[in-house]
Design a protein around this ligand. Structure first.
Ligand code: AN0
Ligand code: CP
Length: 321
């Protein structure tokens, strides 16, 4: 595997899950792989988990790590070609990418959806420029339309906590005060569709995710019906994906607090585990009671971000060097 931007980059999902279990059991067993290799992590957006867990993962593999917050200390970057650069942006991405690539062997990139153009976001314009102009293996640390390291960690967590062979997993929209990307639900759907789970997506009308990610998944607009018999509840807010309503792309269509996951919601389920990628807004997405309950596995889920990043980096190192 050279690049990692979606579930389809993994040669085999079951094999990746086996390797993840192996990495978790023996985190320092592959230290030789990263010797004298540098991993550069580039952040265009904030991060707590991705920033820390990916550094930890790379170090476990013996790599050196450099972290760059583009918006804190680097030159402001222009990303559009053809622009007369007479404004506040001092450097162009088309130089910055190949320059950054000189200083590393593997590149991680976080660049969220900008909501300026649905097409630019859904063609992954920024991430694909890193792939094209760096000449190095690139992995996504959440790009415009996907967060595959999160979704792999989510699947590892579901595998660890499931009580039946094929659990019912429900992805539910929940309210949030700010417009958030669709990257997390997109990748979660991508992975669940490839996993051995009964997958249901529930959200208010207008929030339909892109068919490229939904594929054959069941969409149930009635949240209560969706929750019935669920073994895992995966909550997440996302803004309008603009599938049925392209003019509303990136907008907030609803702040309906009846979608907030509270104890009553969890009582509709089959004693489900509660999951969220974090950061989470309490009492918007989920109540204090639910996130603090024994059924909440959000911390175990965050812990598995090291495992998912290490599995992906190990696969890149093994196939590229
Ligand atoms: C981001 C999002 O929803 O994509 C990152 C989640 C991992 N969340 C926020 O910006 C709050
Ligand atoms: N879940 C996740 O990616 O968290 P951060 O945005 O803090 O990295």
């Amino acid at each position: 595997m050279r690049h990692f931007t979606s579930v389809f980059d993994l040669p085999n999902l079951n094999e990746a899950l086996k390797q993840a279990a192996e990495v978790k059991k023996n985190p320092f067993g592959y230290e030789h792989l990263g010797k004298h290799k540098t991993c550069l992590l580039i952040f265009f957006n904030n991060s707590l988990r991705t920033r820390l867990s990916t550094q930890k993962a790379a170090r476990n593999l013996g790599m050196d790590v450099i972290v760059l917050d583009v918006n804190q200390g680097a030159w402001k970057l222009e990303t559009e070609r053809g622009v007369i650069m007479d404004g506040d942006k001092s450097e162009h991405l088309l130089e910055a990418i190949p320059v950054m690539a000189q200083y590393c062997d593997v590149l991680g990139v976080r660049s969220f959806a900008r909501f300026e153009s649905r097409e630019d976001d859904y063609t992954e314009k920024i991430l694909n420029q890193f792939i094209k102009y760096s000449g190095k293996p690139v992995f996504s640390m959440e790009a415009a339309t996907g967060h595959p390291l999160q979704a792999l960690a989510d699947l590892i967590t579901i595998e660890e906590h499931k009580k039946v062979e094929r659990p019912k997993v429900v992805l539910t929209w929940a309210p949030h005060p700010r417009a958030l990307p669709q990257a997390v639900p997109n990748s979660f759907a991508d992975f669940m569709n490839e996993a051995n789970v009964d997958f249901v997506i529930t959200h208010p009308e207008g929030y339909e995710l892109d068919p490229k990610f939904v594929r054959g998944a069941k969409v149930e607009y009635n949240q209560k019906k969706a929750f019935e018999g669920a073994d895992f509840i995966y909550a997440k807010n996302w803004s309008c994906p603009g599938v049925t309503n392209p003019d509303k792309y990136g907008q907030i269509l609803s702040k309906d607090m009846s979608w907030t996951v509270d104890t009553e919601h969890m009582n509709w389920t089959n004693d489900a585990k509660f999951m969220h990628c974090l950061p989470v807004r309490r009492n918007m997405i989920v109540t204090d009671d639910v996130i603090e309950s024994p059924n909440s596995i959000v911390i175990q889920e965050a812990a598995n971000r090291v495992v998912s990043a290490q599995t992906v980096l190990k696969m890149i190192l093994e196939s590229e060097f």
